[in-house]
Design a protein around this ligand. Sequence first.
Ligand code: ADP
Ligand SMILES: O=P(O)(O)O[C@H]1O[C@H](CO)[C@@H](O[C@H]2O[C@H](CO)[C@@H](O)[C@H](O)[C@H]2O)[C@H](O)[C@H]1O
Length: 512
Amino acid sequence: MAHESPAPETSERLDAPDVLEAVRAWLPERRWFPTTADATSVVRVSRTDLGTDEHGAHAVVDLLRVAGTSSSSPLTLQVPLVLEPAGTPPAAVDARGLVAVLSDGSRLLDGAYHPAFVSAWLERATWAEGSGAAGGESSSALSPARFDVRGLHVLTGEQSNTSILLPSVSGGSMLKVIRALAPGQNPDIVVPLALTREGWGGVPAPYAWSETAVDEGAVVGGGPAAGENAAAAPTALPRTWTTHTGVLAELVPQARDGFELACDFAREGQPFANPARELGTQVAQMHSALRRAFASEVHEADPEWLLDAMHRRVRSAAGASTAVRSRVDQIEAFLEHMRGVAEEAVRQGRPLPPVQRIHGDLHLGQALYSPQKGWRILDFEGEPLRPLAERTRPDLGERDVAGMLRSFDYASAVGGATSSEWARSARRAFLEGYTGYLSVPGALGFGRPPSLADRVLIRDAFELDKALYEVVYEERNRPSWISIPLDAVDRVLSGLPTPLTSADAGRPGRGA
Ligand SMILES: Nc1ncnc2c1ncn2[C@@H]1O[C@H](COP(=O)(O)OP(=O)(O)O)[C@@H](O)[C@H]1O
Ligand SMILES: O=P(O)(O)O[C@H]1O[C@H](CO)[C@@H](O[C@H]2O[C@H](CO)[C@@H](O)[C@H](O)[C@H]2O)[C@H](O)[C@H]1O
């Protein structure tokens, strides 16, 4: 699709105040619109003009500054838009992509649904070098000359960004339009790229990506309905900053979301042990590849640092949730017990495993299962409720392991498993797959491994940490699910076992 220089009439039309008004009215219903944002205060920070296509559809990318509610600072959202002027042939765009029909009959569309935006994005993107990353495709398959955006389809579901399926681009690919932008490199692009370059095929290979520079000094203006201070840059932002705005990655064929798959198994009373074991191996390989790809981040774990960070997270969860607040003394006591055990283990020459780059928000919904390719891991952006700086900090791989274990619990509850054995066998198999791979000589090079009892305690602590995060997440997003993580918090606090292997059942001081 050829892109021509911007047409003055449509540029002017896109500048009219009713366009921003229409976007303001449409935004709050988007799944990706942050719950912490205030939709009444939206202004435009910048606009990139992508030109018109051969049908006269004019694509732009707006960055909008949305004020946060009292506690959060303003956010920057990426909103690609396409204007189809009245009288031009409308593209065959999914009805979900319509923002508004404007007073003069022109149609304003979400660019993610429109070939004019998607083609322009593909033409302007930075493409990965070579073709090895593309799972054996020839380099010509990656060539921008081969774009064919027919069949583009925006995925539905619980997403913080917008994912667009492009069945005919590069042999099948997925374009992710990042919605909430933050300064710096996006780990969801940088990490899969590094892993792919490292030769690990467990992530969809990134084919291309886009970046933008934001000049806070050149805010275009907010229009009459904008809040007074909405355009002001959050104090934490530099005057100019760059960030990733999108990524095109290999399509995982016939992918099934891991959480939906596990829920189906639970619903049908089918054991999930085999897929869980394969997933455990995949996660262990991911940790091993992350270590190699981010070798400079590997260093000895400091139990003090770990425990202090956990205490901080407990305080923050208690501040946000009354359910956590009412349990805070027990939680602190549990962590203090763990501090004693960790210090003793270090004294006896059994250090914690080193910290390294990890996934950071691993759960079944971040894993895709393909009958042809097995498990693929997605979404390296870390936990969305955490401050950015915390999300990519080196950490123990156990955080990811605990995240996945928590997910089996969720799948059991949501899928309606009739016996607790369903989750137990999935957990056991996952851990067998994980530790089985790590016992391969040189797989992770942990040095002297922590004892089984230490490992179980570390795991319980990370499960508790994740479950507390989940309590806050569910309170904010799905209050009717809150009992799922809350039961796990109480289980860990009561010292009830979550047996992992038969050997674990006899671990000291934590019941049989
Ligand atoms: N490469 C891919 N191949 C197939 N499906 C994918 C691919 N990447 C993402 N998806 C689908 O898109 C969904 C959202 O992707 P994700 O990266 O988790 O987005 P978000 O950041 O919006 O949460 C996934 O659950 C999966 O169903
Ligand atoms: O996928 P995101 O990065 O947006 O992660 C957030 O949302 C997840 C839910 O969509 C949430 O995951 C929790 O619910 C899952 C089931 O929907 C379950 O499998 C996970 O174990 C559980 O943590 C995740 O915590 C949150 O960060």
